[in-house]
Ligand binder design. Structure first.
Ligand SMILES: Cc1ncc(COP(=O)(O)O)c(C=O)c1O
Length: 505
């Protein structure tokens, strides 16, 4: 988009706007009266003497403050957010609205089960639908994120082997095309991580896997479709080999968007799987959360599920704690209820049409892939000629070598054209990577817009590379020094304090 210019407001944080101001308030009079009555009963030593330093602003100031900030931002309500491995699809507003109702959003987790039967029924039904979608015996929404599901699954596998006296099984096999959280979760559960390389077709190298399996193998954590967007061609063989060696199979189902309704981890032979509700099932990803994971199990691992699982005895819905060999709690209360309700609504609205999510997202992925790989300087590293599922990864290494314009420069140039950049420089096995996931939300026009922006940037890289490296020039904030910005001691609230801090460094 040639005319794109993002707003640049010199917007302080609310605390600075309201500093030293007496008039205006965020607290309404009803609350003031209520709090005077309630807090008047507090014992002397407990009540605070001074009011807390809450910003003091009028309604119009607050509204304008946040409007200006929103103009300096970009989200899926503005345009595509093709962040690979994040599934930033557009989430229907109806799911937001209904799940945000008082009865759901404000239900206290300590309410008696009898008072939340409706809510428990919704969550129980969601567990059932998710079990059906992944081909497992049971699912729980206890896990508040995908990585929490991974940790739960790894702990379940560990306890299973310990209960059978096989304490020597201390190795978890993880392909190098896995999401980074997989080896991290395996390590957190106390396993030694055994890394398996990816073959040229983008599959887990079967020979290397066979060589790695032993009496020490506890299991494998496999992301499928993997971070290259490729479905493991030998998944049945992998399942047979790992089970044959006495290990169990963990399925990272965060990338379900490209196969939902078509293929199920349970049918592939997997024992335990997690889903990211905030990727495939309408709960927005990012934006500070909360997210929601689901952990699902089959066969012997059902007895190891984290508690509580929501259950039904034919009369009443209840929180079940007596799971025989449970690994215990993974988070507080039921898990994150609001995003779980969004997912329930999303699946209920789509019904069996949920398969179209997989169809359209896969079609969109491959449409854009074809357009990008026809550009000079852009390559596929793995799996030439193979169809992708939810996402694809292209490499700008050739462009970088020929022009000095790398993956980061191309990403910044996309921002200048009013588009969100994809995930870059990940997965690590692809040099100068762009990991692109457009989901089913995008129209063909938007895909063409993205493709055209890439074409224009690559052409400019060959004719005037210095111009591309100046990007972004049209955004609220210019190119950041990410190394400096990521230093924890530099994480501060305002530009003003950042400037102060910088001058002290
Ligand atoms: C493939 C894959 N696995 C696991 C995760 C971890 O999920 P979370 O960020 O909810 O912890 C992600 C995150 O997006 C992912 O893409």
């Amino acid at each position: 988009m040639k005319n794109f210019r993002q707003a640049r407001w010199d917007e302080p944080v609310v605390y600075e706007v309201s500093r030293d101001r007496k008039e205006g308030t965020l607290v309404d009079s009803e609350f003031r009266e209520y709090s005077a009555k309630f807090f008047g009963k507090l014992p002397e030593g407990v009540a605070r003497k001074e009011p807390p330093p809450i910003p003091s602003l009028s309604e119009v100031e607050v509204v304008r403050h946040f409007m200006r900030l929103s103009q300096m931002s970009y989200g899926v309500d503005f345009g595509p957010v093709p962040l690979g491995s994040c599934t930033m699809k557009y989430n229907p507003k109806i799911c937001e609205e209904l799940s945000g109702s008082r009865e759901i959003a404000e239900a206290h987790p300590y309410l008696d089960e009898d008072e939340v039967q409706g809510l428990l029924e919704v969550l129980y039904t969601l567990q059932k639908w998710l079990s059906e979608l992944v081909g497992m015996d049971v699912c729980s929404i206890q896990t508040p994120a995908g990585s929490a599901g991974e940790l739960a699954g790894a702990l379940m596998i560990k306890k299973y082997h310990v209960d059978r006296g096989e304490t020597q099984r201390d190795e978890m096999v993880v392909p190098d095309s896995a999401h980074g959280s997989n080896p991290a979760s395996a390590a957190m559960a106390g396993f030694k991580v055994v890394r398996i390389p990816t073959d040229s077709r983008g599959n887990t190298d079967l020979e290397a896997l066979r060589a790695a399996l032993s009496r020490r193998t506890a299991g494998i954590m496999l992301t499928n479709p993997n971070t290259l967007g490729l479905f493991e061609e030998y998944i049945i063989d992998i399942a047979r080999e790992v089970h044959g060696a006495g290990g169990l199979l963990y399925y990272d189902g965060a990338n379900l968007n490209g196969i939902v309704g078509y293929a199920r981890p349970g049918d592939m032979g997997f024992d335990v799987a997690h889903l990211n509700l905030h990727k495939t099932f309408a709960a927005p990803h990012g934006g500070g959360g909360p997210g929601a994971g689901a952990i699902c199990a089959r066969g012997a691992l059902v007895d190891y599920m984290p508690v509580p699982v929501i259950d039904y005895d034919g009369r009443k819905y209840f929180l079940k704690y007596n799971v025989p060999r449970t690994i215990g709690r993974i988070s507080w209360f039921y898990g994150n209820v609001v995003p779980a309700v969004k997912s329930f609504l999303y699946i209920a609205a789509l019904g069996t049409q949920i398969r179209e999510v997989a169809e359209v997202s896969t079609l969109n992925t491959n449409y854009l892939l074809k357009k990008l790989t026809s550009l000079p300087g852009v390559d596929l590293v793995y799996g030439h000629g193979r169809w992708r599922k939810h996402e694809f990864v292209v490499s700008f290494e050739k462009l970088y070598k020929e022009t000095g314009v790398g993956a980061e420069d191309v990403a910044k140039a996309l921002l200048d054209r009013g588009l969100h950049a994809p995930t870059i420089l990940f997965p690590l096995i692809v040099p100068e990577a762009h990991m692109i996931e457009v989901t089913e939300s995008e129209t063909r026009e938007n895909l063409d817009r993205l493709a055209e922006a890439y074409r224009e940037i690559v052409a400019l890289a060959y004719s005037d590379p210095a111009e591309v490296r100046k990007s972004p020039q049209n955004t609220s904030v210019g190119r950041l020094d990410t190394v400096y910005g990521n230093l924890p001691r530099n994480v501060v609230l305002t530009y003003k304090s950042l400037a102060e801090k910088k001058s002290r460094v």
